[in-house]
Ligand binder design. Structure first.
Ligand code: CTP
Length: 407
């Protein structure tokens, strides 16, 4: 359910509804009287494929919709844009129009996406009202900063409709990673030959970025250390850019004490030019030899100080997938490894789909069918959750010993 209140950003509700429909949501729209000054119910009715509710007590609408039925039928409600007025009404439990009445009757998760003049947004009354809503478990999608329609600069712009959709997806997802701080590495690294050339690999970062997106949706706090990649940062995720393997591994080590889970999905270079030139190398008709120096593996060093952290590695292989992966799992002292056949065109680097085999330290194996990288991300995260649950339960023998000791 999308609630639209009065403000110039109301026209962006059209884009929000369109995005929700293309994400296959069933969308109902309700509007305040003021919202209808900015955008017509007909526009939102056409886009949402459903009648738009505007009146609490309309004979025709009431018999068809009913504000209680409207509140009951929603899986989630987002008020976008949320004006200072609707925020105040919700904070104080007023119910003098359709939107505020539905908000009071609703039992589903609710989000507000405020949009208003920066001085209004910073007014202590609005700040207090938003704090009240937050304290009740309502999600506030922070407005963006920038040029405002009123001519002022500052915080108050309606967040990108795509970000509001992300918040809704998170609200409706199981929050089984809410206690986790997940550090994910992704993408290739670039090792300089000279100021304009480098050695790299075919990784695009798609798999690591997809895991970051899936983990945030499931409630995790996510930091993404990304090698050079043109992919947009997943919403809600903190991104740390790196270029070379040295940069990426340094950022990983620095953030390791912060995390509760490390997922090394990056394709980190194994070699780097031993002596990168400080100037552009000139053409040489005789050719040239590039001396490469080995780059140390970071995972075993981090594994030695892991404590309760879970460590997940990737194995990019073109042959002997499982035996190479098992070897890496042991060598790198991982909790589990995700083995990837990168010679396939529908899996591995650059593809939007993937097929992986997950092998854990106890020898359990699971091969996924061909799935989108986002779905593969969820399979990996499911394994993480079950490992965490397994670790947090006292083992049977420990429980047995405790039980017999207390008898
Ligand atoms: N990795 C790492 N530090 C490195 C190189 C790799 O932590 N210097 C991590 C990768 O992020 C991945 C795992 O180790 O999670 C396996 O990477 P991969 O390149 O498949 O394996 P390598 O150990 O480099 O072995 P090989 O290249 O011989 O297959």
């Amino acid at each position: 359910m999308v609630g639209v209140s009065g403000g110039i950003a109301a026209y962006k509700a059209a884009e929000l509804v369109r995005l929700l429909i293309s994400a296959e949501a069933r969308v109902r729209v309700m509007m305040t009287r003021n919202a209808q000054q900015f955008i017509t119910p007909l526009t939102l009715q056409t886009l949402s494929l459903n009648p738009v509710a505007t009146e609490t007590f309309s004979l025709t609408q009431e018999s068809e919709i009913g504000h209680i039925r409207l509140a009951d039928s929603a899986d989630a409600i987002v008020i976008a844009p949320a004006s200072a007025d609707v925020i105040a009404k919700a904070a104080h439990g007023l119910a003098d129009d359709l939107v505020s009445t539905v908000l009071l009757a609703a039992r589903c998760p609710i989000a507000f996406a405020p949009a208003m003049n920066v001085h209004m947004y910073e007014h202590p009354a609005v700040v207090e009202n938003l704090a009240k809503l937050r304290a009740r478990g309502i999600t506030i999608v922070e407005p963006a900063a920038g040029e405002l329609a009123c001519g002022y600069e500052g915080k108050g712009r309606l967040p990108e409709p795509a970000f509001i959709v992300e918040e809704l997806i998170r609200m409706l997802s199981r929050q089984d990673l809410a206690a986790e701080r997940i550090l994910i590495t992704a993408g290739p690294t670039q090792e300089a030959i000279d100021p304009v050339r480098f050695v790299s690999n075919r990784s695009t970062g798609k798999m690591g970025f997809a895991i970051a997106k899936a983990a945030w949706r499931r409630g995790a706090t996510v930091r993404l250390v990304a090698g050079p990649s043109s992919l947009p940062t997943p919403y809600g995720v903190e991104r740390i850019d790196a270029v070379s393997a040295a940069d990426l591994l340094r950022a990983t080590s620095l953030n390791f004490p912060w995390c509760s889970v490390l997922i090394m999905a990056a394709a980190v270079a194994d070699f780097r030019p031993a002596k990168p030139a400080t100037h552009k190398l000139k053409k040489n008709p005789k050719g040239m030899t590039l001396e490469l120096a080995a780059i140390d593996d970071e995972l075993p060093r981090l594994a030695a100080q892991k404590g309760d952290r879970l460590l997940v590695g990737f194995a990019a292989e073109t042959e002997d997938l499982e035996s190479n992966a098992v070897d890496k799992l042991r060598r790198k002292m991982l909790d589990f490894i995700v083995a990837n056949d990168v010679s396939r065109s529908d899996a591995g680097f650059a593809a939007d789909t993937n097929v992986v085999t997950i092998i854990d330290a106890e020898g359990r194996r699971e091969t996924t069918p061909k799935l989108s990288k986002l779905e593969v991300g969820d399979v990996i995260l499911n394994r993480l959750v079950s490992l965490r649950t397994q670790r947090s339960k006292p083992s049977d023998s420990k429980a047995h010993r405790l039980a017999s000791a207390s008898n």
